[in-house]
Design a protein. Structure first.
Length: 69
């Protein structure tokens, strides 16, 4: 059995902002509403349902969270 280091076999995460990729806030249709309700808003129900509907297979909570990073 091979032991992986602290970063695992994947290496460091790429800097998404440097590539021009935005996080979920850029695609959430209800972000402004969520901001008005909560000091630290999370993805809206509509955005979560959009991602679940577009996925080729059912998503676990961990995979859904990964898509929204």
């Amino acid at each position: 059995m091979t032991r992986r280091g602290s970063t695992g076999s994947r290496g460091p995460k790429p800097n998404r902002a440097a590539k021009g990729v935005t996080d979920w806030r850029g695609e959430d249709p209800n972000l402004e509403l969520e901001k008005s309700r909560y000091s630290d808003p999370i993805a809206s129900r509509e955005l979560l349902l959009k991602h679940l509907g577009e996925a080729p297979e059912p998503l676990t909570a961990a995979r859904l969270a990964k898509r929204l990073e």
